[in-house]
Design a protein around this ligand. Sequence first.
Ligand SMILES: CC(C)(COP(=O)(O)OP(=O)(O)OC[C@H]1O[C@@H](n2cnc3c(N)ncnc32)[C@H](O)[C@@H]1OP(=O)(O)O)[C@@H](O)C(=O)NCCC(=O)NCCS
Length: 202
Amino acid sequence: MSEKIKIVSYQEGEIKNFIPDIARLRIEIFAEYPFLYDGDFECECKYLEKYASTKNAIVVVAYDNNQVIGISTGYPFADQNKELKRVFQKSKRNVNDYFCLAESILLKQYRGKGVGRKLFDQLEVFAKDFKQYKYICLFTSARPADDPKRPKEYRSTGPYWSKQGFCEHPELTFEDSYKEIEDDKETQHKMIFWIKELDLCQ
Ligand SMILES: CC(C)(COP(=O)(O)OP(=O)(O)OC[C@H]1O[C@@H](n2cnc3c(N)ncnc32)[C@H](O)[C@@H]1OP(=O)(O)O)[C@@H](O)C(=O)NCCC(=O)NCCS
């Protein structure tokens, strides 16, 4: 990782200052395949306010000089919405055991240089330090391999999450409704959960 990239973590109230930066980054990166998410700045800022008021929420920020180039965010899964918690409850999982990695995103030109791993590593340290979560969970978009919208050069992040110690759980899925770029209404998108057990002894 280049020496000029700085990684800094923020918690709860401190997060408020970064909401516009996170919103801009989310809109730019989630517009890419496989999300193709048509984000709106105002809605994003409103959605992100929950980080600033959620106990144990974390935002890890990567900077190139003073520019925010990547983030990893997380909060207790118990603070997720009811539909997502229901997925875990239906499989007899205790939502209080899980810390949720909400997003880990990095501008394209900085990828493949170890920055993403650093962001995740710091988030994991925080998740462990709370000493109340047994697992970290996240969900990814589950588009089919023969999806006609899939760009030729696209690399799924599945192998990346496996490298960070996550296992895919095809039995834990849900449909997320959002508007894709160039669509005029929201459509359903299948999401799959990935889970990593936290080794609390380290
Ligand atoms: C996912 C993401 C944050 C990873 O960041 P990154 O800086 O590119 O990843 P790193 O360089 O730290 O990679 C760590 C390891 O994973 C590997 N890796 C990274 N992306 C990979 C991929 N798509 N497929 C397979 N391996 C991958 C790297 O080769 C590296 O392996 P190594 O340790 O053996 O060298 C970044 O690619 C990204 O922002 N992607 C788009 C947004 C996204 O899909 N986010 C996840 C859902 S929120």
